[in-house]
Design a protein around this ligand. Structure first.
Ligand code: PBG
Length: 323
């Protein structure tokens, strides 16, 4: 009771605040997303995501060197193929954009951990995350293609696969296929609790993956559901997920916290494109202190329980941490 308890005693100056700080950020927990496009010497800035680019494999190699030299241990690769079709064949093409980028980066920066996003939406002409039957994505037919895609990434030299499609049973299908093809040690980071979110808007511009009809609500989770996230995560762990992800991050800190409390596997959170663009836009307008907001957001995601954070802010955050 006052005046015995004065919490301000431990806030007196930066040194003492540093001593009692409960959460700290480190480059070790960052995963930086990269968009791989076809061609050569291509580097196109994404209008709704200033500072982020669609890059051809040769540019990705240069970028990967910079990222690793900053101390960021991992990237996640998304592909933008030259041609899209009904069955997303670019996703499991051994000479697809992501497969070629993996080979080039592995050659140049072997220590950098290469995670691949395993999904169909960047490769289908209808923009949905799988095979369409009767106006909706057919779950079980899609599983076969996702498994093929994961194996193809593994064969190219990926270090980890990250299925983001939200089909039921996909972690198991991918685990079985990887094991059969000789990749029993390949970890799976599943997008376990992935919500049908409007925060993905800028990413769909970046990946040119806007659904051509309908939306993703028949497979991604309803933003109103909290307990269901624990069910999705439990299923993915049972099926063999090594790391589980909650996505988006900022509007779902309660879900991150629940997942962290309930399970013993590493938890990742995806600080998605819309969360990035909001900060960039307000920063540009001079309405917020952009650098402080970035660090506050990342700290909050970590405080909620994320061990790993996929974030477009990774490079800026490392520079701010080193300041
Ligand atoms: C699907 C995928 C999406 C994102 C990552 N993987 C988009 C979606 O489900 O529509 C979103 C990432 C972001 O918004 O930053 N392959």
């Amino acid at each position: 009771m006052f005046p015995i308890h004065r919490p301000r005693r431990l806030r007196k100056n930066e040194t003492i605040r540093r001593m009692v700080r409960e959460t700290s950020l480190s480059p070790d927990s960052f995963i930086y997303p990269l968009f791989v496009t076809f061609g050569k010497h291509t580097r196109k800035e994404i209008p709704s995501m200033p500072g982020c680019f669609q890059e051809s494999a040769d540019e990705i190699v240069k970028h990967a060197k910079e990222i690793y030299s900053l101390g960021i241990p991992a990237v996640i690769l998304f592909g933008i193929p030259e041609h899209k079709d009904e069955i997303g064949s670019g996703a499991y093409d051994d000479h697809g954009v992501v497969q070629e980028a993996i080979r080039a980066v592995k050659d140049a920066v072997p220590e950098l951990i290469l995670i691949t996003d395993v999904c169909m939406c960047e490769y289908t002409n209808h923009g949905h995350c799988g095979i369409i039957k009767d106006g909706d994505v057919d779950n079980d037919q899609t599983l076969e293609l996702l498994a093929k895609e994961a194996v193809s990434h593994a064969q190219a030299g990926a270090d980890m696969v990250a299925p983001s499609d939200m089909m039921d049973g996909r972690v198991e299908a991918i685990r079985i296929a990887l094991d059969e093809e000789g990749f029993p040690d390949m970890p799976i980071m599943s997008y376990a609790a992935k919500y049908a979110s409007a925060f993905y808007g800028p990413f769909r511009d970046a990946a040119e993956s806007i659904p051509q009809f309908g939306d993703r609500r028949s497979y991604q989770m309803d933003p109103a559901n909290r307990r269901e996230a624990l069910k999705e995560v439990a299923l993915d762990i049972e099926e063999g997920a090594d790391i589980v992800m909650v996505k988006p991050a900022l509007a779902y800190l309660d879900v991150i916290s629940d997942v962290k409390d309930a399970f013993d596997v590493p938890v990742a959170a995806y600080n998605v494109s819309g969360e990035y663009s909001l900060v960039k836009a307000a920063g540009k307008l001079g309405w917020i202190d952009e650098q402080r907001v970035i660090m506050e957001i990342l700290t909050s995601i970590k405080r909620a329980g994320a061990d790993l954070i996929l974030t477009y802010f990774a490079k800026e955050a490392v520079k701010l941490l080193n300041k």
